[in-house]
Each structure stands twice: as C-alpha cells, then as structure tokens.
Design a protein around this ligand. Structure first.
Ligand code: NAI
Ligand code: MG
Length: 362
C-alpha cells in the first residue's frame, strides 16, 4: 500500500534542500524499495504570497491525512512586516498544534569525519549518539496565566506559568523508554525537582513509567547538572527525556557538540492512533531558511536528508533503509565532501546538489 508523504519545502533554502530529498524518494520508488505517494504544499512566506496566510486549511488537512509531513524551513526578511498572525513561523505553530506532536526528538550524532570540527576534543565526542526527547506542547511556554501587568510607579510584573499534568509526562516518558529500547537502553530524566513542584511530579511520573521498562536503565539528573555533563562527558548519555523549557536548552547544547546547524535533523511525534497505532509525525531540520545563503545553491542538505531518514525509521519502520541513508551521509563526509558551513582545510567544498547527489550515489 502506498504511503503518503506531504512535503512542505517552505522558504529560502527550504526549497533547495527539499529538492535533494525528493530525488532520494524518486530513486527509492524507482527501485521498488518504497511506494511513497508525494504531495507538496506551501508554507510560510510562500503560502502568504500565494494565499495571504502562512498555511492554508487545505494544506493543514493534507498534513493531517499524510503518513508523515516533511518540512523544510520558513521565514525571511521579505515577510518581516506581514501581520503577526500570518508571519511565516505561524505555519509551524499551527501544524505542530493540529498534528498534536508532543514529542520532539533531537538526535545529536557525531560523524567521525567531523569530530575535529566539534567544540569538544575528539576523544570526548567521537562516536557520540544521543537522543534528546523534549516535551513540546506543554509546560511554561503554554501555561496560563502568561502576562505582563503594569503595577504603576514604573514597575511591571511578568508571569509565566509552568503546568504539567500526569498524562503529559506519562506519554512523553513512554516515548523515551520505547526509543531507548531501540538504542542504548538508557534513559536520563532531567528536571528541577529540587526547586519546582512540576519537577516533583515529573520525576514521580517518569519513575512510575520506568517500572514498566525494567530492562531499561533509568537515571534521574537535575537539569543544570545535565547541561554541565553534556559538555563535560556527553557519551554517558543515551536518551534524555525532559520538559519543554529544559529540552529547548539541552537540545541546542547537545546539538552544537556535533557541529553545524546544517547537520541537525528532528522529528516531532504525536500520540498513536487508537485504531491503527500510527503516530502523526512531522520531520524537519533544526535550522531556519538561511536567507543569507538562499538561492545560491550552497546550503547543506544533510539536516533535511537526515530528517527524512528519521521519517523512514519512526513513521515507516524502515530501519534498514534509514541506516543505509545515515551510513551514506557518514560515508560522503568520510570521502571528504563538505558544504560551506562545515568546510575544512584540504576537503572539497561542494554545493547543495552535489552533496545530495553524492549521498544518493552512496
Ligand atoms: P538559520 O538557521 O536560518 O540560519 C543561521 C545561520 O546558519 C545562517 O548563517 C545560515 O546561513 C546558517 N545555516 C542554517 N542552515 C544551514 C544549512 N542547511 N546549510 C548551511 N548553512 C546553514 O537561522 P536565522 O538566520 O536565525 O533565521 C533565518 C530565518 O529562518 C528567519 O526568518 C527565522 O525566523 C527563520 N527560522 C525558521 C525556522 C524553521 O522554519 N523551523 C527555525 C529557525 C529560524
Ligand atoms: Mg531552540
């Protein structure tokens, strides 16, 4: 049965890097390895220019009906002054909300060929393979009240509210433990239970879930210590599960251990459908639309291609194919090919298309 992919290239380099994924999909289909059915929509500035909104209802419906959404990047100076509700990023927020993707997966992998490009020493970073599982739809970014009150006499008060309910913690913890079983079998849960009630509940619920996974090693870690340990000795971690705020910071920290923004994929997963067991899923590179290099054909397509590899792995269970694609990326890097963002002396600097073609060839 054909599997439905909905592609939203977006703006700027989004269209350039998505083109490389499309070539990979076309090749896989032509080899009979996959039967992907492709539909493409507009998101961000591209949708605003065509329809006056960041994403149309029709495209939201297509995203909901797809087996996986593959998203490029949105935004750019051209749309800096469009009405707030139609700004390019509104497309992302709308899609994440409609798909209810509460689990954000951000791998931090050190490709051996790039180990010397890390801020850390090679012996600390080589072989690094961590997965940060961040709760994406709750916590302090969404809790009410969220306001700034004028107190008079020149003073104001700002309030953000951290709210978590048991079910939100339980479901993200289960995602983390399930994933750990497919990897290094270890979960660290990061919170601040020493100073936050939400941390106390977080820990209580995660510990309860851990009992259902006796085969997975579970460790609690305070979030600030986790940040320190990520930089001190990152290879002690396998899966780290944490809330929205700490996950935002810890995933960016872990990401930068491995090099360029242009290398970093992500997946966002929803709850399994009770009837089919399938999760809504949204795959995108971590970086934005890079207006400074857009249109030049020099963007690094690896984050986008690796995001597609995550789709193969997590939405379609095509683990071997995902491994092959990730190995192809590693091989091309080992061959010495570099886009400008990861350029190194004595290595050949190539453009987006050449990098994509080399990965496909591998
Ligand atoms: P950015 O991630 O687009 O770019 C930051 C720097 O990294 C730039 O120098 C860029 O050239 C470089 N870079 C990023 N991806 C690259 C790649 N694949 N290959 C080579 N170099 C790469 O972040 P920035 O500049 O803060 O934002 C630019 C636009 O993107 C803004 O409109 C912003 O709102 C939007 N944005 C969109 C996101 C999304 O669609 N998920 C996420 C972040 C920003
Ligand atoms: Mg962030």
């Amino acid at each position: 049965m054909a599997q439905k992919l909905f592609l939203l290239p977006g703006d700027g380099i989004g269209t350039e890097i998505m083109a490389e994924v499309e070539k990979i999909i076309a090749w896989l289909n032509s080899q009979g390895e996959t039967e992907f059915e492709i539909d493409t929509g507009l998101a961000g500035g591209a949708a605003y220019d065509a329809h006056g909104v960041a994403v149309t209802e029709e495209d939201v419906q297509k995203a909901l009906a797809a087996d996986a959404v593959i998203f490029g990047a949105v935004g750019g100076p051209k749309w800096d002054s469009v009405p707030y509700e139609h700004r390019p990023e509104a497309a992302l927020l709308r899609l994440r909300k409609e798909l209810a993707v509460f689990a954000n997966l951000r791998p931090a992998i050190c490709y051996p060929a790039l180990a010397d490009a890390s801020a850390l020493k090679r012996e600390l970073i080589e072989g690094l393979d961590i997965l940060i599982v961040r709760e994406l739809t709750g916590g302090v970014y969404f809790g009410e009240p969220k306001e700034i009150t004028d107190l008079g006499n020149g003073q104001k008060r700002a309030i953000d509210t951290q709210v978590y309910e048991t079910y939100e913690i339980d479901r993200i913890a289960r995602v983390a433990f399930d994933l750990a079983r497919t990897r290094g079998n270890k979960v660290h849960s990061a919170d601040k239970k020493n100073v936050m009630k939400s941390g106390v509940l977080w820990d209580e619920v995660v510990r309860g879930v851990a009992k259902d996974y006796p085969d997975v090693t579970f460790e609690h870690i305070l979030a600030d210590n986790c940040a320190m340990q990520l930089v001190r000795n990152p290879r002690q971690f396998d899966v780290i599960v944490t809330d929205n705020l700490f996950g935002d910071i810890l995933s960016d920290t872990a990401a930068m251990l491995t090099g360029s923004l242009g290398m970093l994929p992500s997946a966002s997963l929803g709850a399994p459908d009770p009837a089919t067991g399938k999760r809504k899923a949204f795959y995108e590179p971590v970086h934005g639309s890079a207006p400074d290099i857009a249109g030049k054909g020099i963007a690094n397509p690896i984050a986008m291609i690796a995001s597609f590899a995550m789709a193969l792995r997590y939405s379609f269970g095509m683990v071997t194919l995902a491994d092959r694609l990730e190995n192809a990326i590693a091989a091309v890097l080992a061959d010495g090919l570099r886009t400008g963002d990861i350029a190194q002396d004595n290595r050949r600097t190539v453009g987006t298309e050449e990098m994509g073609a080399a990965i496909l060839k591998r």
